[in-house]
Design a protein around this ligand. Structure first.
Ligand SMILES: *Cc1c(COP(=O)(O)O)cnc(C)c1O
Length: 492
């Protein structure tokens, strides 16, 4: 290869890092269970929830951490969390049933997202806390409670479209929630439904990395709490949703170099880095770059619990004091609903290499036994390198001692031109051989099953859960996992 490789090496922490050193185990699992294969590490989700709780407690706040279930359909993860103090945020009837079946009680469940009557009924029946998305949903829920003579339902009023007087930042538009400016109308509805609905607090969920926007939203929730109190309600919870993020790429310099070179490639200043000159949102117009990079900021030193800490430490835009302190002063509980951030380092997706070939244009292409929808990293704008695991190897091939690095495109197993697992040339320490495995690290958040299909009757990946550690890894099928030890029998 005549150009220097542009690596985007993944961030790896225990237990994911030592598991990747157990190449033989991973090859055996794919031999037995097929490619692609999702591997989950339930111990790590519990550790991640505890880190969020540590931040909350450091700000001396009560409350709870809720796992946004929609980020992964695994049973092992939900069952493992049921054995901790954490809660779960469910966004469909079936997610609610799954959480109840895993052992969660209603007091540890929040129900969010668009809801039909069955979902509302079951949530109300089991005493879950319901995010109210608008006046129609509120009326439906109140009607269900009265018809079925249920106890009043705890609701969080989900707000959106926050602005702050004298502050240029406004929170981004959301399809969900009640516009903060329309809260008064909703309060009239809540008064009518006092017999059926207990408004316990306010909520937002913003899909942004911007702390400024989140600070405006959190302050907006605090104002809304005052408005609720002024009407005689007793709200006590502020739910700041999810969106704390994850860092996928270890080294900032690799990320910066990659995005710089991508821009140069779009301008034609260097050979293309992508399939058909794809620009990930960028394009060249008259010698300058236009558009905006549609990529997840893959190097994020401040993601996850650190992001929550930064938000709580931030000064409220108009009240002029730290947001965490304002919550504490009012004795409000803090709810958080991380999806992606709770799944940081919780799993990987394995895919077997089937074939390497060179296109007529001289492009090296690797065909994998997986569909693009089984490995959703690119679909979520996340660019990060897979690791190359040879059979019998002692760990992933290391770019540091690569003798003949290779830049390859990764394609999937569908009979479809667009089934590309990467639209960029991925740099690997050597050219893989058929039978090698590629390990895509940190796929548990949204990149395993959110968009997985049965196209061409090719099933989505099976899931296994792994615990233990080097020399004592134990695995089960995801659906067989329960957080209790099994009888082991006597060893000979
Ligand atoms: C999707 C979602 C989350 C989780 O978002 P992440 O970005 O994965 O943390 C939390 N709350 C609500 C209401 C959501 O819709």
């Amino acid at each position: 290869m005549d150009e220097a490789p542009l690596y985007l090496r993944p961030r790896l922490e225990p237990p994911l890092a030592p598991l990747l050193d157990s190449s033989d185990l991973l090859h055996t699992l794919v031999d037995a269970l097929g490619s692609p294969l999702d591997v989950l590490l339930p111990d790590r989700i519990a550790a991640n929830a505890e880190r969020f709780a540590d931040v909350r407690r450091a700000h001396r706040l009560g409350g709870r951490e809720f796992f946004a279930h929609k980020a992964n359909r695994s049973s092992a993860l939900v069952r493992h969390l049921a054995a901790t103090r954490a809660g779960v945020d469910v966004a469909s009837l079936d997610e609610l049933r799954h959480a109840l079946g895993a052992g969660f009680t209603g007091d540890r469940i929040v129900a969010s997202g668009p809801k039909g009557p069955e979902f509302l009924w079951l949530a109300a029946l089991v005493g879950a806390t319901v995010h109210i998305d608008g006046p129609t949903e509120l009326d439906t829920l109140a009607g269900i409670v009265r018809d079925h003579r249920l106890a009043p339902v705890r609701v969080l009023v989900r707000l959106s479209g926050f602005t702050s007087p004298g502050v240029a930042i406004r929170s981004r538009e959301s399809r969900f929630g009640v516009p903060a400016a329309a809260l008064d109308g909703l309060l009239d509805d809540l008064e009518r439904h006092r017999d059926a609905i207990d408004p316990v607090g306010t909520a937002y969920h913003l899909d942004t990395v911007s702390l400024d926007e989140k600070a405006v939203a959190l302050e907006g929730c605090l104002h809304a709490m005052n408005t609720l109190r002024a009407r005689g309600f007793q709200p006590r919870i502020v739910d700041v949703g999810g969106g704390f993020g994850t860092g996928y790429v270890e080294h900032r310099d690799e990320w910066d170099r990659y995005t710089t070179e991508l821009t140069r490639a779009v301008l034609g200043e260097r050979p293309p880095l992508t399939w058909g000159g794809h620009g990930y949102g960028l394009r060249a117009e008259g010698g300058t770059v236009r558009g905006s990079l549609g990529l997840y900021p893959a190097h994020r030193p401040d993601a996850g619990p650190a992001y929550l800490d930064a938000l709580l430490s931030r000064t409220a835009p108009t009240l002029g004091r730290p947001l965490g302190g304002l919550l504490l002063e009012n004795l409000y509980d803090l709810y958080v609903e991380p999806g992606r951030a709770l799944l940081d380092q919780c799993g990987l997706t394995l895919a077997r290499v089937l074939e390497t070939r060179t296109t007529r244009a001289g492009e090296p292409v690797l065909r994998l036994a997986a569909k693009a929808t089984d490995i959703g990293l690119e679909d979520h704008g996340v660019l990060v390198d897979p690791l190359l695991l040879d059979r019998g190897g002692s760990g992933p091939a290391d770019p540091a001692d690569a003798k003949e690095p290779a830049g390859v495109f990764l394609t999937g197993s569908l009979c479809l031109e667009s089934d590309l697992i990467t639209r960029r040339r991925v740099f690997l320490p050597r050219t893989p051989c058929p039978g090698d495995l590629l390990a895509f690290a940190n796929t548990a958040g949204y990149c395993m099953d959110f968009a997985a299909t049965h196209a061409q009757r090719q099933p989505p990946a099976r899931k296994v859960a792994i615990g233990g550690g080097p020399g004592r890894w134990r695995w089960t099928l995801d659906e067989e996992y329960w957080p209790v030890p099994r009888p082991e029998g006597r060893s000979a």
